[in-house]
Design a binder for this molecule. Structure first.
Ligand code: BEZ
Length: 275
């Protein structure tokens, strides 16, 4: 993609007015829209075979889908015959999930309020947004029946490191706030295992792996959807300049000869049981 500066500015502004998809809190000022998420974040639900295999959902068991978003993945859990409830903090995404006929509730991951109700809690591509992470871990533990399992995948240590570094560099060059480049929680397996154990889980498996992720709407689409607050700190011309700097820094490593962008995703995947 990448076209003229005018095109770039237009696309980021369109993303900005669309808001975006909903996950759990609004880390670093993030907001969401169902439309933007469907266009730029569909891969979130599409690259999930591995974590679904770890979950092994069974007919009849009660499963909580934590951060169900627009329900694309929740629908797949329902197909297993499990009794699935989705929760999310975005009312706009929940409306999209309800339109699929799913059972959903409006909840914040840090205050779920369930008491030993589920055989499993499942979460995909959400927990890096929830700060402080200990609050979500405590609520997940409380939601599970004793012996129930927690299976999740989200951004792990080093996730989008190149993208964040390029944004930090742009902020330095333009006199902006570089802390807006990356508000997320991307733990190592050792760090997350310790956090889960401290909360009363027995961790069965926890690993970190690279998952280079093609960006169907390019880097610009991803940035407009997932890191809008960073670009919102700049006024018109500087906003455009910030995007141009980030793209120029990243193109040699994240854009191929045909102009296709791939994000440097790292995933942490975990399976643990409530003791
Ligand atoms: C992720 O899924 O790893 C991710 C998505 C948006 C922003 C940061 C990370």
């Amino acid at each position: 993609m990448t076209a003229s500066g005018q095109d770039r500015k237009g696309a980021v502004d369109r993303q900005a007015s669309a808001g975006k998809a909903g996950l759990f809190h609004q880390a670093g000022g993030q907001t969401w829209s169902a439309e933007g998420y469907a266009a730029n974040g569909r891969f979130v639900a599409d690259l999930t075979e591995g974590v679904l295999a770890w979950l092994e959902a069974k007919p009849g068991e009660r499963i909580l889908d934590l951060g169900c978003g627009d329900g694309a993945l929740t629908e797949r859990l329902v197909l297993s015959g499990a009794d699935v409830v989705g929760v999310d903090a975005s009312r706009e995404l929940l409306a999209a999930a309800e339109a699929r006929g799913l059972r959903v509730l409006h909840r914040d991951a840090r205050a779920l309020g369930f008491d030993a109700e589920f055989e499993a809690v499942f979460s995909n591509a959400v927990l890096h947004w929830v700060l402080p992470p200990e609050d979500a871990v405590r609520e997940i533990h409380a939601a599970l029946k004793p012996g129930g399992r927690f299976v999740a995948e989200f951004g792990g240590h080093g996730n989008v490191a190149a993208i964040v570094t390029a944004m930090r560099a742009a902020a330095r060059l333009l006199g902006g706030d570089e802390t807006l480049a990356g508000p997320w929680f991307f733990p190592t397996p050792a760090e997350y295992t310790a956090m889960l154990e401290a909360a009363g889980f027995a961790v069965e498996r926890c690993g970190l792996f690279a998952r280079p992720t093609p960006l169907p709407t390019g880097l610009e689409g991803w940035l407009g959807t997932f890191r809008k607050p960073f670009f919102d700190q700049f006024d018109g011309p500087h906003r455009q300049e910030a995007l141009a700097i980030v793209e120029a820094l990243l193109a040699p490593s994240l854009r191929d000869r045909e102009g296709r962008w791939t994000a440097d995703y790292m995933r942490i995947r975990v399976s643990a049981r409530r003791i």
